[in-house]
Write a protein that binds this ligand. Structure first.
Ligand SMILES: CC(C)(COP(=O)(O)OP(=O)(O)OC[C@H]1O[C@@H](n2cnc3c(N)ncnc32)[C@H](O)[C@@H]1OP(=O)(O)O)[C@@H](O)C(=O)NCCC(=O)NCCS
Length: 171
């Protein structure tokens, strides 16, 4: 590749990222990315979350790869009524280059292709930056209370470092 072929600027850097379905060999880099992005919390075991996703619509679990490095993830699902995106994460060194928006566009494309009429997201109301990110992509804050009931407790794993809970978005 000659220097003139090299991508220039932030948008070009994001273009160098290949988005593809998750493969089992991605497990450790994915968990490392989630930890670095503050998405791993004591009540969700990331390895179990990956295992569960591989049992349900595994083709909707996307990763971004650049030069052999894993730099982004998005865990997408369609329940027959609404589409959902969890574990959206972009490596810290690649943020602000349009990669998060690209992953969300791909999520929307895959969901629309399946006939999904609406995509829902859960973000902590205190996380103004991520809400601004989604608003810039056309998402609006719905006037609903998000309720949840745990059916299978994962419990804390002793080998996991304690996350920075102020950055957690996925309940
Ligand atoms: C949220 C996240 C995925 C965004 O990825 P990204 O690649 O940096 O986002 P993009 O570069 O595609 O940004 C798209 C738009 O959102 C805006 N945006 C992104 N992060 C923002 C922030 N913190 N505050 C305000 N606006 C933001 C960008 O300015 C851009 O707007 P523009 O199109 O008008 O220029 C990334 O910051 C991340 O991984 N955060 C940690 C994990 C996390 O919190 N995930 C969300 C779980 S719900």
């Amino acid at each position: 590749m000659s220097p003139s072929d090299l991508p220039e600027g932030a948008d070009a850097a994001a273009d160098a990222v290949r988005i593809r379905p998750f493969a089992v060999a991605d497990t450790e880099p994915v968990v490392a990315l989630w930890r670095a992005a503050g998405l791993v919390v004591p009540w969700n075991d990331p390895y179990l979350d990956i295992e569960r996703k591989l049992a349900v619509q595994p083709e909707l679990f996307l990763v971004g790869e650049a030069g052999g490095a894993l730099v982004a993830t998005a865990m997408i699902g369609y329940d027959g009524h609404r589409g959902w995106v969890n574990y959206l994460a972009v490596d810290g060194s690649r943020r602000g280059a349009g990669l998060g928006a690209r992953l969300m566009a791909e999520a929307e494309r895959l969901l629309a292709e399946r006939g999904c009429p609406k995509l829902n997201l859960q973000v902590r109301s205190t996380n103004a930056g991520v809400i601004a990110f989604y608003r810039s992509l056309g998402y609006e804050v719905d006037d609903v209370a998000s309720l949840g009931k745990r059916l299978i407790p994962d419990g804390p794993r002793h080998d996991q470092p304690r996350p920075d809970e102020s950055r957690v978005d996925a309940p």
